[in-house]
Design a protein around this ligand. Structure first.
Ligand SMILES: NC(=O)c1ccc[n+]([C@@H]2O[C@H](COP(=O)([O-])OP(=O)(O)OC[C@H]3O[C@@H](n4cnc5c(N)ncnc54)[C@H](O)[C@@H]3O)[C@@H](O)[C@H]2O)c1
Length: 431
């Protein structure tokens, strides 16, 4: 069976590593995060993934016990023992600028340990052209080996949604392309161990790199359109969620859901992977840039919905934020719009208490229970749905919320039936 090195053990890398080991591969996971590596080797993970009714920790422990998976911090060990190398270390974006350092550092490590006959498969989302123009030269220079002659290099996009990783590795159609035909064939063979859905073999790596970025941006733009329509519908006095439900009965229309913004690692970053290449090629990206701005403006809009319902001055107001994750039922709060909503509310002078049972990061404003968040609050902002967060307990809200002024709920998730909320004496503000 194949010996697989998985560089990066985050949202993608860990479940992907376990997907290979569950199918009999010998997998070594590599991550620079020492604490993460130590937790994984003790069978601990905070991820919410599951497969066929079993949680990721169960699967992790089973694979550790079977000796098919272990995590290390030293990539050289994995390079010595494995000949199928998969990269899932991404390109972070901070203040609209991308940072290649983590990916470059991984490529240097891989290059230094590269052996004849190895296959390197890049699964990170990248700036189109990166595999050929940036990664290939590093691997060749560090190793003194030649792609096509001594080792193989391929790119395959990663399409999973967090929370559905195991299922989607297996059932989501994949796309790949290699540096040459042999690399394409070997990447196909490797991915086929896990993926049972159709695997498209594209004509070149740039097609797959670009299609990945395009897939993400298409969702960003689609959501931006729904968000812009949300503003329009609110002024019209009609319900955006109903408008979308009606529009989506058209068989060739698929509008996504509006919300407090678009967060996470994937959708907001995609434009900043495309822009550097577009600038190099002198191609303007007017629509895509505007769509990003529309989504970036949403948290401020949601904060304004809260502020305009305050029964007291912002400096005397307390707001309960329910749901910190970047999307419903996720534990991922990276670049979450909820954080931007909270920042805007705090800037306006409000005190914020936020609760999310799935998010593990700590923040000064984060509390450990729904009761703590809601206690003494003048208003509630629902920013993400979560299991284990009883947002329907309106009696509890009524008992615990402040009594100076009418309590209100800003519902960005179309969670509540307005009749029920009104009957309980709350004001309801929807998107
Ligand atoms: N999260 C998703 O749902 C998703 C979906 C599709 C594609 N992607 C893409 O997959 C890639 C990985 O995303 P993710 O969400 O798993 O990221 P992540 O941040 O959860 O995981 C990346 C891991 O890489 C590790 N790392 C950083 N530098 C390293 C180095 N030099 N050597 C070894 N490990 C290193 C980090 O410690 C981290 O654990 C990104 O390119 C992302 O755009 C993510």
């Amino acid at each position: 069976m194949k010996k697989v090195a998985m560089f990066g053990l985050g949202f993608v890398g860990l479940p992907l590593a376990l997907s290979f080991s569950m199918r009999g591969c010998q997998v070594i996971g590599v991550d620079i995060d020492e604490e993460l590596v130590s937790q994984l080797n003790q069978g601990q993970s905070h991820h919410l993934e599951s497969y066929e009714g079993r949680g990721i920790e169960d699967i992790l422990r089973e694979q550790l016990d079977a000796g098919r998976f272990r995590a290390v911090t030293d990539g050289r060990i994995a390079m010595q023992e494995c000949d199928h190398i998969i990269v899932t270390v991404g390109i972070p974006v901070e203040k609209q600028a991308h940072d290649m350092k983590p990916l470059l550092s991984v490529c240097h490590t891989i290059g230094q340990g590269l052996k004849k006959g190895d296959l390197v498969l890049i699964r990170s989302t990248v700036i189109p052209g990166t595999t050929r123009e940036v990664i290939l030269p590093i691997l060749e220079e560090e190793s003194g080996l030649k792609a096509g002659q001594d080792f193989d290099l391929a790119y395959s996009s990663e399409r999973i949604a967090e929370g559905r990783a195991f299922h989607e590795f297996e059932h989501m159609p994949a796309a790949l392309a290699g540096w040459d035909e042999e690399a394409t064939r070997r990447a196909f063979e490797l991915i086929s161990i896990v993926t049972k859905a159709p695997i498209t073999q594209a004509s070149c790596m740039e097609v797959v790199e670009t299609s990945k970025v395009m897939e993400n941006i298409s969702r960003d733009v689609n959501i931006a359109m729904s968000n812009e329509f949300a503003l329009f519908c609110k002024s019209m006095g009609i319900d955006i969620f109903e408008v979308i439900a009606v529009a989506n009965t058209h068989q060739r229309v698929n509008l996504l859901t509006p919300g407090p913004g678009v967060g996470g690692y994937c959708l907001p970053n995609a434009l900043y992977y495309l822009l550097p290449k577009a600038q190099e090629l002198d191609v303007p990206l007017r629509l895509l840039t505007t769509a990003r701005q529309v989504n970036d403006d949403m948290p401020r809009y949601v904060a304004d919905l809260v502020l305009r319902n305050l029964p007291v001055a912002p400096s005397k107001a307390r707001i309960a934020v329910l749901g910190l994750a970047m999307k419903d039922y996720s534990n991922d709060d990276r670049m979450s719009p909820a954080l931007a909503v909270i920042e805007a509310l705090q800037e306006a002078g409000c005190e914020v208490r936020a609760f999310d049972p799935a998010v593990s990061c700590s923040y000064p404003f984060k509390v450990d229970s729904l009761e703590e968040a809601v206690s003494g609050a003048h208003g509630i902002a629902i920013l993400a749905r979560q299991h284990g967060m009883d947002t329907m307990n309106l009696d509890l809200f009524q008992q615990l919320m402040a009594d100076d002024g009418q309590p209100f709920i800003v519902d960005t998730k179309n969670f509540y039936d307005p009749e029920i909320v009104w009957k309980q004496g709350f004001k309801l503000e929807r998107l």
